[in-house]
Design a protein around this ligand. Structure first.
Ligand code: FAD
Ligand code: SF4
Ligand code: SF4
Length: 604
C-alpha cells in the first residue's frame, strides 16, 4: 500500500475564493516594491475542478477590490460592468399561492388599491429610493467565476503561488493545539473511504502558516470551529441557500449592462431575489431562501422557477435561454458567527470567518478585504522575521481587521436581521432601523436553531391540504423516489411549470445544461448521514426537499440515498437537516466533507 507523502512549504491556503484572491494579490502587489525578502513558497488548494467554478453572480461596491487594483478597468474582466441603474422592488403575489401573513395581505391590498398613485408596475412596487446602506452605486456587477479566473491567471503567471484546482483538503493537521498544515483528500477509495486498488493517500502539506479561506461551510473551517470552539456567545445558526441562473436575455430586451434589481416579497415573502445585467445581454437572476423561512419543503429550485416568471421579471426574461445555473449556501450569521480568527499557525479569512455583511447582503468585497488584511499582516511578520503565532497574528491581522470598515459595518449589521425571527414585516422594519441608525436600533429576535422552528409537513399545510391527502402524496412520492415539494406546492395552489426547454427546464436538465455536474471517481462520498437511526425517525426529511441537485432522494428503510454525480456542493443539506446531534446541538445529522467535483461552469 502507498505511503502517505509529506511536503514542506511556507504557507498553504485552503480554497480559492475572493478571500484568498485578496490575500495572494496583496502579496503579489508587494513583490515589486521589493521587500528584500525571499518570497515565501505558497501552495493553494481548491476543491472545485477549476478556480473559476465558484458559484455567485454578484454586485459589489468593490472598495477593497479597487484598492488592490487602483487602475482596474472592468472591460478587462469578462462579464464585468459598472453599476448603472439600481432599484429595490417589492413583488406582489400575482398567483395567490404564497404564504402571506394577515399584515402583509392587508399591505398588498392597500398597494393594489392605490396603484394609480404609487409606482406599481407589473405587480411590483418600486421603492422610491434605494436606502444608502443597500446601494451599490460606483460598484461592479461581476461573475465571480470569471473574476476568480482573471485574478488567478495573474497570480499564477507571477509565480507568487501555485494554485491547484481539483484538490480537496480533507482536514487541518492539528498538533498540540497548533495547526501544522493540511492533509489532502485520499484518492482511490470506495464511497465509504476504504482503500481500493490504486489507493493514493492524500499528501500532508506542512506549513508555517495555514490560511483557511474555504468559504461558508468548508470542512476545514468547521473542523477548526469544533476543535478550538467558537468565541463565547458566537454561533453560526443563520444561513441562506442562494440559487441563480446565468441567462442570455432575449433579443430586444431593453435592460442595460449594469442594471441591478433587488427584490423581496415573492415567491414567498421571506425570499429575497436579484437580477444583475452583465455586458452582451447576459444576466444573473436568482433567489435566497433563508434558514428562518419556516417551511419543511423549502425548495430553492422550484421557487426559482416561480420567481423568474413573476410578471415584473418575466417581461424581460420571456424568451431568454439558460446558460448555466448553480447554488451555494451563505453564512448569514455575519459578525455574530465569527470564529476564532487566528491561532498558532493558522488564520481565517472570508465568509467562513464571519466577514459577510448581513445587512447589505454583500460578501465578496468583505472577503477580499479580510484576505488583503492578512496579506499585509503576513508581509509585516515576514519582514520582522517573526513566527506565525497566535499573538503575532492577533497583533497584525486581527488588529488591522478590527480597525477597518469590515468590523465597523459588521457591527452595524450584527442585529439587523434579528427581527425576521418574528416575521417578515418585523424583519424588514428591523433592517431599516439598523441601516438608518448605524446599528443603534433594531427589531429584537432570538436566533433559534432552524430545527426548533421547522413545522411538520402536516402542520405547515393543515389549512390547505387534508392530512389524508398528504399521506397519499407521501406514499406516492416515496414509491417513485421523489421529493414531496412539487406535489405539495401544486396541491397548495402553485401552477405546474410549463417547461420550454430553454429557460424553464427540469432540475435534471439544468444539471446537464451549462453547469454540467461531474464527480471524479476514486473519492469517498462527501455527504454522510451520520446516524441512520435519526433519519429513520425523521418525519420531515428536509434534506430531500432542499437538495439543489436532486442528489439526495428518499431511500429504503427511511435513510435517504446520496448520489455524488448530482451534487453541486451547495452545502444546503448540512444546515437544513432537521435533526441536531445529541453530542453537539449546533451540528446536524449530515456531515459535509471535502469532496471533488460539482458544477462545471466558469461563469457563475
Ligand atoms: C447566489 C449567490 C449570490 C451572491 N451574491 C452576492 C452579491 O451580489 N454580492 C456580494 O458581495 N456577495 C454575494 N454573494 C456572497 C459571496 O459570493 C460570498 O460572500 C463570497 O464568495 C465569499 O468569498 P470567500 O472567498 O470567503 O468564499 P468562497 O467564495 O465560498 O470561496 C471558498 C472556496 O474554497 C473552496 N473550498 C471549500 N472547502 C475546500 C476544501 N476542503 N479544500 C479546497 N477548497 C475548498 C470552495 O470550493 C470555494 O471555491 C452571493 C452568494 C451566492 C451563493
Ligand atoms: S439527514 Fe437529517 S433531514 Fe435528512 S432524513 Fe436524516 S435526519 Fe432527516
Ligand atoms: S447533496 Fe449536494 S447538492 Fe444536495 S444539498 Fe447537499 S451539497 Fe447541495
Amino acid at each position: 500500500m502507498s505511503e502517505r507523502q509529506t511536503m514542506d512549504v511556507d504557507i498553504v491556503c485552503v480554497g480559492f475564493g475572493p478571500a484568498t484572491g485578496g490575500f495572494l494579490t496583496t502579496l503579489l502587489v508587494a513583490q515589486p516594491s521589493g521587500c528584500d525578502l525571499t518570497p515565501p513558497q505558497i501552495l493553494c488548494y481548491e476543491r472545485a475542478d477549476d478556480i473559476g467554478f465558484g458559484v455567485s453572480g454578484v454586485v459589489t461596491r468593490a472598495r477593497s477590490i479597487r484598492a488592490s487594483f487602483p487602475d482596474l478597468n472592468p472591460a478587462e474582466i469578462p462579464m464585468a460592468a459598472e453599476v448603472r441603474d439600481e432599484k429595490v422592488l417589492y413583488l406582489l403575489d400575482p398567483i395567490g399561492a404564497s404564504r402571506r401573513s394577515l399584515a402583509l395581505r392587508a399591505a398588498d391590498k392597500l398597494i393594489r388599491a392605490f396603484r394609480f398613485a404609487l409606482p406599481v408596475d407589473n405587480h411590483a412596487l418600486e421603492l422610491p429610493f434605494t436606502p444608502g446602506f443597500l446601494h451599490k452605486q460606483g460598484g461592479l456587477v461581476l461573475s465571480i467565476g470569471q473574476f476568480n479566473q482573471w485574478v488567478g491567471q495573474q497570480l499564477m503567471a507571477s509565480g507568487v503561488a501555485q494554485i491547484w484546482p481539483g484538490t480537496p483538503v480533507a482536514s487541518a493537521l492539528i498538533e498540540d493545539d497548533r495547526v501544522a498544515g493540511v492533509r489532502l483528500a485520499d484518492q482511490g477509495v470506495d464511497r465509504q473511504g476504504h482503500p481500493e486498488p490504486g489507493y493514493l493517500p492524500g499528501m500532508d502539506i506542512r506549513a508555517a502558516l495555514t490560511v483557511v479561506g474555504d468559504g461558508p461551510f468548508g470542512a476545514v473551517g468547521r473542523q477548526l470551529n469544533q476543535h478550538f470552539g467558537m468565541p463565547e456567545g458566537n454561533t453560526q445558526r443563520e444561513w441562506a441557500i442562494g440559487m441563480k441562473m446565468v441567462v442570455d436575455l432575449p433579443e430586444g430586451c431593453e435592460l442595460e449592462a449594469g442594471t441591478v434589481l433587488h427584490t423581496f416579497g415573492y415567491p414567498e415573502p421571506e425570499i429575497f431575489g436579484f437580477l444583475y445585467v452583465h455586458p452582451d445581454r447576459v444576466a444573473s437572476v436568482g433567489i435566497f431562501v433563508p434558514s428562518w423561512m419556516d417551511s419543511p419543503v423549502r425548495t430553492a429550485w422550484r421557487y426559482l422557477q416561480h420567481y423568474i416568471q413573476h410578471p415584473y421579471l418575466w417581461r424581460y426574461l420571456k424568451g431568454a435561454a439558460l446558460r448555466s445555473w448553480g447554488a451555494k449556501s451563505l453564512q448569514e450569521s455575519g459578525r455574530r458567527g465569527e470564529p476564532r480568527l487566528v491561532g498558532n499557525g493558522y488564520a481565517r479569512i472570508g465568509e467562513g470567518s464571519g466577514s459577510t455583511n448581513v445587512l447589505t447582503g454583500s460578501g465578496v468585497d468583505e472577503a477580499w478585504a479580510t484576505g488583503a488584511q492578512l496579506g499585509e499582516a503576513v508581509l509585516e511578520l515576514l519582514k520582522a522575521g517573526k513566527p506565525f503565532t497566535r499573538e503575532n497574528l492577533e497583533a497584525t491581522y486581527v488588529r488591522r481587521r478590527r480597525a477597518s470598515w469590515i468590523e465597523r459595518e459588521g457591527r452595524v449589521a450584527e442585529r439587523a436581521r434579528d427581527g425576521f425571527h418574528h416575521g417578515v414585516v418585523t424583519g424588514l422594519i428591523g433592517m431599516g432601523l439598523a441601516g438608518l441608525t448605524g446599528g443603534r436600533l433594531w427589531a429584537p429576535g432570538e436566533h433559534v436553531p432552524h430545527y426548533e422552528r421547522i413545522p411538520s409537513v402536516l402542520e405547515y399545510y393543515k389549512s390547505k391540504i387534508p392530512a389524508r391527502e398528504i399521506a397519499r402524496i407521501r406514499e406516492e412520492c416515496a414509491a417513485k423516489g421523489l421529493s414531496l415539494h412539487d406535489a405539495l406546492m401544486e396541491r397548495a395552489g402553485w401552477p405546474a411549470i410549463e417547461y420550454d426547454g430553454r429557460l424553464l427546464v427540469t432540475q435534471q436538465d439544468a444539471l446537464l445544461m451549462g453547469g454540467k455536474v461531474q464527480a471524479p471517481a476514486g473519492y469517498a462520498d462527501h455527504v454522510v448521514f451520520l446516524y441512520p437511526s435519526l433519519c429513520e425517525s425523521c418525519g420531515t426529511q428536509i434534506c430531500v426537499e432542499i437538495c439543489s441537485g436532486q442528489a439526495i432522494a428518499p431511500g429504503p428503510a427511511g435513510v435517504p440515498v446520496f448520489d455524488r454525480e448530482k451534487c453541486v456542493h451547495c452545502g444546503a443539506c448540512l444546515w437544513n437537516c432537521s435533526q441536531p446531534l445529541a453530542e453537539d446541538p449546533e451540528r446536524t445529522n449530515i456531515d459535509l466533507r471535502a469532496g471533488a467535483g460539482g458544477l462545471h461552469s466558469g461563469e457563475n
